[in-house]
Design a protein around this ligand. Structure first.
Ligand SMILES: [Zn+2]
Ligand SMILES: [Zn+2]
Length: 156
């Protein structure tokens, strides 16, 4: 199946889907469980986010397998009881089933890197003049280095 950009709501204004999402997979009832559902598949999508350092668009291609588990809310699992780590990573579903869009949103959010950067070498925004240092070689850094040397010279 293909989902065009905009089909999934990410509730994050800094995050966008930049190309069609290709997904294939299947939904199984986990044997021996109380209605636990496993969604297993593969998804490929190009995501775009504002770079954490410079705010330019950062391209974040995702192309991987996923496996997500869901439990029915009606079994009481949804209550705020002592939830251990493995349960915290498990989603819940209500009623007859789960929305595939919800599953794909969760896959994407889990797969994105913690730091969303336009590139490993992103220089970020200059804290002094506010310019994007990937585009403009501002003079602030040079001055800062000079200042440090001046301070060292004063120590002598
Ligand atoms: Zn950047
Ligand atoms: Zn600057």
């Amino acid at each position: 199946m293909d989902l065009p950009p905009g089909a999934i709501e990410f509730f994050d204004p800094k995050l966008r889907q930049a190309g069609p999402l290709r997904a294939a997979g299947k939904v199984d009832l986990v044997t021996g469980s109380l209605g636990e559902i496993r969604v297993k598949g593969h998804a490929k999508v190009l995501m775009e986010a504002d770079c954490d350092r410079c705010l330019d668009p950062a391209r974040l291609p995702l192309d991987s397998d996923f496996e997500l588990y869901y439990r029915p809310v009606s079994e009481g699992y949804g209550e705020e009881t002592a939830i251990d780590q493995s349960e915290a990573e498990m989603g819940f579903y209500e009623g007859d089933g789960i929305e595939l869009n919800d599953v794909l949103r969760e896959y994407i959010l889990l797969s994105l890197p913690m730091q969303r950067l336009c590139g490993d070498t992103c220089k970020g925004i200059c804290p002094h003049c506010g310019q994007n240092r990937n585009h403009i070689q501002c003079q602030c850094q040079g001055e800062a280095v000079d200042d440090r040397w001046a301070a060292l010279r004063q120590l002598k």
